[in-house]
Write a protein that binds this ligand. Structure first.
Ligand SMILES: [Zn+2]
Ligand SMILES: [Zn+2]
Length: 589
């Protein structure tokens, strides 16, 4: 248990996220103290705890090297050993300004000046080091037992490129050494699996200066993408969905109706056509609403499940772009379900089951979170009670474990989020089921009820992959590029030992091709060892080697990614084996 001092000065013992945050924030102070001991003229900016760690921004006369980080880490260890108590001090704004003036902390002065005049401020002091801070902190520096400085990067003061560039040191801290080691191993593993590196090596996609945030998919990447789409279509057809396609460009009036023009405009690209303003869609919803409205509906038509693989564009800041994980153009595997109030629960159950099926087929475990009504909610209490009850009821009836995030829903409806856990333990938020009372109203959607009167349908927005591009990024890292046979861009490589066996090798390759297996023949005049290494580098599930013995006996020599050298195999046996693997989406991780 960690002893944590809260903003109001009270002390609690905790082991939860709050405790970890306090621990990491204290590590940031220890780092700042160490930097100040080593570089007395440094000016401090801000130093918060963040997901997985902490950082602190420093104004230093020099650029920090990796060696400098090691020295800072050494000094931090001393501070931990010194077992300094963290003392909280309450001061007035004037006292705070005076204190910071005396210490030459200009950035802190700027922060204080931005606070309301009557605000009471807190400082935390440990040994000779004092910092403006709201806390919380752990009670002593000695509690920060396991930490590591990870990197240093340039960061503008207040994120504004007009301001001075500061140096941001990132680090992480844990209560136990074993937890830190586990985390550092995971980081190493993540680096090895980085989808940008593997995407290039495996020739799946590329990013070019000409299209910042707009990825190019290469032939192999397109095979992978199309396989995902094929699978998506198949399961949606099985689950009673229809597929629609709505335009990429729609006029300003539509975006005013949907509200995006007022609340989302800075993220939208706009174009002018025939002197009228249009926007490139950042979401598929408005188009989906128009499709519903394009004809009259009776209660007997509902539910309508309309899927759309919609290409959306959003303006992301260039600094936020990251491989396929954060892009400016992506394909959402969207669907809108239009339904009667009494259908909510069953529809939610249907979507949850579908999401479960998809994630399991990739070997993902996942966590589920239900977000409920926020303070600024729209719609009636009655609607919300019905909706939240249906969402929670659906999850309970399916026997799903879930976490409730009170007050975290959108103002227009409660939602269920799915957090995937990949093969190295990282989580990714992908699937969402969002209930919406707002858009059906804005678009004045209707259906004729059994009473002959007009009623408003309820809408669910949902995605399973989220963004297809990002999902591919996650899959590359999850599988380390070793895609299961059904997804692998090349499923089999055929390698003749020498030119002599080329025609038999071609025969084998053609036989596989005829059976719709994605095969590539490597007939280059190279040593077989070299060709095998190449094929393994491409991470193909199967390698077939053809030499004298194979040619004379009409067999093949097989190497699989999972079992290595399997020796001589009859071609037809291999075909039925790989066919079974593909048809059943067998995972080999
Ligand atoms: Zn602090
Ligand atoms: Zn939507």
């Amino acid at each position: 248990m960690l002893k944590v001092i809260l903003k109001d000065g009270s002390v609690i013992s905790t082991n939860n996220d709050e405790g970890q945050k306090a621990l990491r924030h204290t590590a940031a102070h220890i780092m700042a103290q160490a930097v100040k001991r080593l570089y007395p003229s440094v000016k401090l900016a801000i130093g918060p705890a963040i997901e997985n760690g902490f950082y602190y921004d420093f104004d230093l006369g020099e650029t920090l090297t990796f060696e400098a980080l090691e020295k800072i880490e050494e000094e931090m260890k001393k501070i931990v050993k010194e077992d300094l108590r963290l003392d909280r001090m309450l001061v007035s704004r004037e006292q705070a300004l005076e204190l910071m003036e005396g210490m030459g902390e200009d950035y802190k002065k700027e922060l204080i000046n931005d606070l309301p005049k009557d605000e009471e401020l807190t400082f935390f002091k440990q040994g000779e080091f004092t910092d403006l801070c709201a806390g919380p902190h752990v009670a002593s520096t000695s509690l920060v037992k396991a930490f590591k400085l990870l990197s240093v990067a340039g960061a503008y003061w207040r994120g504004n490129e007009k301001n001075k560039m500061l140096q941001r040191i990132y680090g992480t801290a844990f209560a136990k050494k074993s937890e830190l080691d586990e985390y550092l191993n995971m980081l190493e593993e993540a680096k090895r699996r980085d989808h940008r590196k593997l995407g290039k090596e495996l020739k799946l996609f590329t990013l070019m200066e000409e299209g910042p945030g707009f990825p190019f998919f290469l032939p192999k990447g397109v095979v992978l993408k199309n396989k995902l789409i094929e699978y998506w279509r198949e399961i949606h057809q099985d689950n009673g969905y229809v597929e629609i396609e709505t335009p990429i460009i729609l006029n300003k009036e539509l975006w005013e109706t949907s509200g995006h023009w007022f609340h989302y405009k800075e993220n939208m690209y706009t174009v002018n056509i025939d002197n009228e303003e249009f926007a490139i869609k950042p979401m598929n919803c408005p188009g989906g609403m128009l499709v519903y409205k394009s004809e009259a509906h009776s209660y007997k038509d509902l539910p309508i499940r309309a899927g759309e693989l919609g290409r959306v564009h959003r303006h992301e800041l260039s600094g936020a772009l990251h491989g396929l994980m954060r892009v400016r153009a992506f394909t959402q595997d969207d669907a809108h379900i239009f339904m009667l109030p009494e259908q909510i629960k069953d529809e939610i159950k249907g979507v949850v089951r579908l999401i479960d099926e998809v994630y399991q087929s990739f070997g993902f475990k996942y966590g589920v979170e239900l977000s409920t009504r926020p303070e600024n909610f729209m719609g009636s209490d009655e609607d919300w009670e019905l909706a939240e009850g249906a969402l929670q009821g659906a999850l309970e009836e399916l026997g799903m474990e879930f976490k409730i995030n009170e007050g975290d829903g959108s103002f227009y409806g409660p939602k269920i989020d799915f957090h995937l856990k990949d093969s190295i333990g990282r989580t990714w938020q992908c699937g969402t089921i969002q209930l919406d009372f707002q858009l059906p109203q804005r678009f004045n959607l209707e259906y004729i009820g059994s009473d002959g009167e007009k009623h408003r349908p309820i809408v669910i927005h949902r995605v399973i992959f989220g963004s297809l591009e990002r999902f591919i990024g996650i899959l590359i890292e999850h599988f380390e590029g070793k895609f299961p046979a059904w997804l692998a861009p090349i499923q089999v490589k055929v390698l003749p030992i020498s030119e002599q066996y080329s025609s038999y090798a071609e025969l084998v390759a053609n036989e596989l091709k005829d059976k719709d297996i994605r095969v590539s023949l490597d007939a280059r005049v190279e040593k077989i060892g070299y060709k095998i290494r190449d094929a393994r580098g491409e991470r193909v599930p199967y390698i077939i080697i053809i030499g004298e013995k194979e040619q004379s006996s009409g067999s093949i020599s097989l190497r699989s990614r999972t079992h290595g050298d399997e020796g001589s195999v009859m071609l037809e046996d291999f075909i039925s084996r790989i066919k079974h693997e593909i048809d059943n989406k067998v995972l080999d991780i």
